[in-house]
Ligand binder design. Structure first.
Ligand code: CP
Length: 335
């Protein structure tokens, strides 16, 4: 495997093989398989789970990793193309990225959306420009529109819980958050649930529709896998017989890049905090999923997050296991 960027790059059998490998490595550790291998980790955006789980994954497989982020004692990273560097930053990403990559056998890169121009972000322009600077295998640790490690972990979580692929009802719900957040998790989660063959409903207020090209990508995946994709702002209809609700806040696509207009629109939807009444007409055992970090009492009520519906810690642990599988296939002896 030379890149892990988007689940759409993988055949069904390849996804299932990664999930099986993740399950195997959980019970049959291979503590030497990546001995001598180094993973470079570049975080241009913040993280807790991705940062910790990649380092833990490399240690568990016998390899090592190092982390670089702009918060560290480095020379100040300039990212703008064509700039005269007479300001604070003393190093450009055009040198920094290939240098970091040259120290490892593979590189993981996180660079959130710039959220200025929706078309650029849909095209994952910034991430693509970083990838052009390297020639080592790479892992997308979250870009403007992709978060494949989270997606694979969520797929594993759905399998672990026995939630059916065909016939399973998956509600991807917008939730209130005081800030405008990226679209990577909601759009790639939508694709993942559709690709798994589930009946997916996107529940969101008007103005927070997901971009049409990504809805289309999910519809095509669902059609091929025997599932469906719908969207609505009607919570009761959306939650009818749901097996799982996956909550996430995201930016208004109507006001993309316009902070003030987004703020004004989202302030009408403070009540979109997932709570027990949301589950009134769902399946009794309907689960709550979220990629984390999550704001308690804002995105989801504390009783739901701390209660039996929540599988958020299970999801987070699965991050490490599926990344071990990806690293095993990317850097192991059979790669
Ligand atoms: N879910 C996730 O990617 O978490 P972090 O942002 O903490 O890495």
């Amino acid at each position: 495997m030379k890149k892990f960027n988007d689940l759409k790059d993988f055949a069904d059998e390849e996804i299932h093989a990664l999930l099986e490998l993740a399950n195997r490595l959980d019970v049959q550790p291979e503590a030497q398989v990546l001995r001598g291998k180094v993973l470079s980790l570049l975080f241009l955006s913040p993280s807790l789970r991705t940062l910790a789980s990649f380092q833990a994954a490399m240690i568990r497989l016998g390899g090592g990793s190092f982390v670089i982020s702009p918060d560290m004692s480095i020379h100040g990273l300039e990212t703008r193309p064509g700039i005269v560097m007479d300001g604070a930053a003393a190093e450009h990403i055009r040198e920094a990225v290939p240098v970091i990559a040259s120290y490892g056998d593979a590189i993981g890169i996180r660079a959130f959306a710039e959220r200025r121009n929706l078309e650029d972000d849909i095209a994952d322009t910034e991430f693509s420009s970083l990838i052009e600077l390297i020639d080592t295998p790479y892992i997308n640790m979250e870009s403007a529109m992709n978060h494949p490690c989270q997606n694979l972990a969520d797929w594993k979580t759905l399998d672990d819980l026995g939630i059916p692929a065909n016939g399973g009802k998956f509600v991807l719900s917008w939730a209130y958050h005081p800030k405008a957040l990226p679209l990577a998790v909601p759009t790639s989660t939508l694709y993942t649930a559709a690709r798994r063959g589930m009946d997916v409903t996107v529940l969101r207020p008007e103005g927070f529709e997901l971009p049409e090209p990504l809805m289309q990508k999910a519809r095509q995946a669902a059609e091929a896998a025997g599932g469906t994709v719908n969207e609505t702002d009607d919570r009761v209809a959306a939650m009818q017989d749901a097996h799982v609700i996956y909550a996430k806040s995201w930016s208004s696509t109507r006001h993309y890049g316009d902070k003030l207009a987004d703020q004004e629109l989202r302030s009408n939807f403070v009540s979109w905090c997932v709570d027990e009444p949301w589950f009134d007409n769902a399946r009794k055992d309907c689960r709550f999923m979220h990629c984390l970090p999550v704001r308690r009492g804002v995105v989801v009520s504390e009783p739901i997050l701390d209660g039996p519906r929540s599988v958020v810690i299970h999801e987070a642990r699965n991050r490490m296991l599926v990344q071990m599988a990806v690293l095993h296939q990317m850097l192991g002896s059979g790669s």
